[in-house]
Each structure stands twice: as structure tokens, then as C-alpha cells.
Design a protein around this ligand. Structure first.
Ligand code: DC
Length: 215
């Protein structure tokens, strides 16, 4: 039997990972965060030149179902969340050879399990035959505020204005790159989470997923 696939795309800070993780756990699907593998490539390039054949990136899951990312055998799950890695990940994600290198890996992740996969081009490129495509968005100010709160909670010190500026720059390059730019698939359901409490966004997405997939 083929697996069921839900694609969630949208800009950073729209709430994709928080919402997708929660809904996946509620409906018993596996959550796949594809940004993590771009981040692993970005992390690699902070200290070494980009040489894809020297990179072994693996996605696994711990006992609690949390996604674990390994780069050449090393657990980089926490390291890839650092602020400087976000910029590096955005830079490498514009390179067609990086996208091509990561494409099969992402498709493989959806082959054996029912998945909710989040990213930027899941509905358009990675899983064009997904059972459901959702494009999640929110205003830039709100997305920057969420990112800033996450960073502050982790003890990273950065002012809100810089977070907003960096986010706007990254949105711009993610949307303008020639290779798989960020845009909603024509058949995506567009959901704007601006002003919503988490619970409300989770409930909205859960309802769309259960209704459309007949769960
Ligand atoms: O979702 P994130 O912030 O962890 O993603 C990190 C970077 O990777 C971001 O700049 C966009 C890019 N990305 C991508 O181009 N395609 C994906 N499917 C996922 C992430």
C-alpha cells in the first residue's frame, strides 16, 4: 500500500515545524523536517568548502519521536539551530546541485511511512503527488517575533530588529532563487496564522488533514 503524504510549505517562522510536529503526533504520522538537512549542509560549509561527496547526512528518530540529524556520524540536531547556520542554510539551498543531492533523501523519507513533511518546495517539487498540500504563512513581524522568542529562550542574544531584517532578507532570497523558489503549489490550501494562538493553528491544520485524508 502506498503511504499517505501531507506537504506543508511556507516561509520561516510561519509555525510549520511546531504545527506539523503536533498534528503528525495527533494523527500518527511521522513528522519530517526537511529544513534540518539544508541546515546540516549549511553547518558543514561554516568550517569547510562545500563538497557534497564528502557529506553523509542522515535523519533518524529518538525514542520520543524527535528527529535527530547526523552529519558524518555526528549528532548535529542542536548545532543546526544556531543563528549563523540559518544564513548558511539559506545560501546553500539556492544551489541546484545541493537541492538535487537532497531530493532523493527527502522522497525516501516518505516511502515507508505516512508523513507530514515540512519545507519550502515539498508540494511543488519533492512530493508533487502529496495527498494534501498546505501553504502556511504569517506576517513578517509576527514570524520575526516568534523566531526572536525561540532564540531568546535558547539563551541567544539578538535584538528583534536584526532578527526581522535577517528574516526579510532570507524570505527574499528563498522566494527569488531560480531553483525551486518558495511559492504555494497551485493546489495548496493557504493558511495564514497571523494573530493565532498555537492551539488554534494546530486545530485548524488538524481539521484540514483529518477531513481531506478521511482519518
Ligand atoms: O525551515 P528552516 O528555516 O529550517 O530551513 C532552513 C533553510 O533551508 C531555509 O533558508 C530554506 C531552506 N529550505 C529549502 O530551501 N527547502 C526545503 N525543503 C527546506 C528548507
Amino acid at each position: 500500500m502506498s503511504t499517505r503524504k501531507v506537504a506543508i510549505d511556507g516561509p520561516s517562522g510561519a509555525g510549520k515545524s511546531t504545527i506539523a510536529r503536533r498534528v503528525a503526533s495527533d494523527v500518527g504520522f511521522r513528522y519530517v523536517d526537511t529544513g534540518a538537512i539544508y541546515r546540516a549542509v549549511g553547518l558543514y560549509t561554516l568550517t569547510r568548502p562545500l563538497e557534497l561527496h564528502k557529506m553523509d547526512i542522515e535523519i533518524g528518530y529518538d525514542g520520543a519521536g524527535r528527529q535527530i540529524t547526523r552529519l558524518n556520524g555526528e549528532d548535529v540536531t542542536d548545532a543546526i539551530r544556531r543563528h549563523e547556520v540559518s544564513k548558511a542554510a539559506s545560501d546553500v539551498s539556492a544551489l541546484p546541485q545541493v537541492r538535487e543531492f537532497l531530493l532523493q533523501r527527502q522522497r525516501d523519507a516518505a516511502r515507508r511511512h505516512d508523513v507530514i513533511m515540512d519545507g519550502r518546495d515539498i508540494g511543488t517539487v519533492v512530493l508533487p503527488d502529496a495527498d494534501l498540500k498546505i501553504f502556511l504563512t504569517a506576517s513578517p513581524r509576527e514570524r520575526a517575533r516568534r523566531r526572536w522568542e525561540e532564540m531568546t529562550a535558547r539563551g541567544e542574544t539578538m535584538d528583534y530588529r536584526s532578527v526581522l531584517r535577517d528574516m526579510e532578507n532570507r524570505d527574499e532570497s528563498d522566494a527569488r532563487r531560480a531553483s525551486a523558489p518558495l511559492r504555494p503549489a497551485p493546489d495548496a490550501v493557504i493558511v495564514d496564522t497571523t494573530g493565532n494562538e498555537w492551539e488554534r493553528s494546530v486545530a485548524i491544520i488538524r481539521e484540514i488533514v483529518t477531513e481531506r485524508l478521511g482519518l
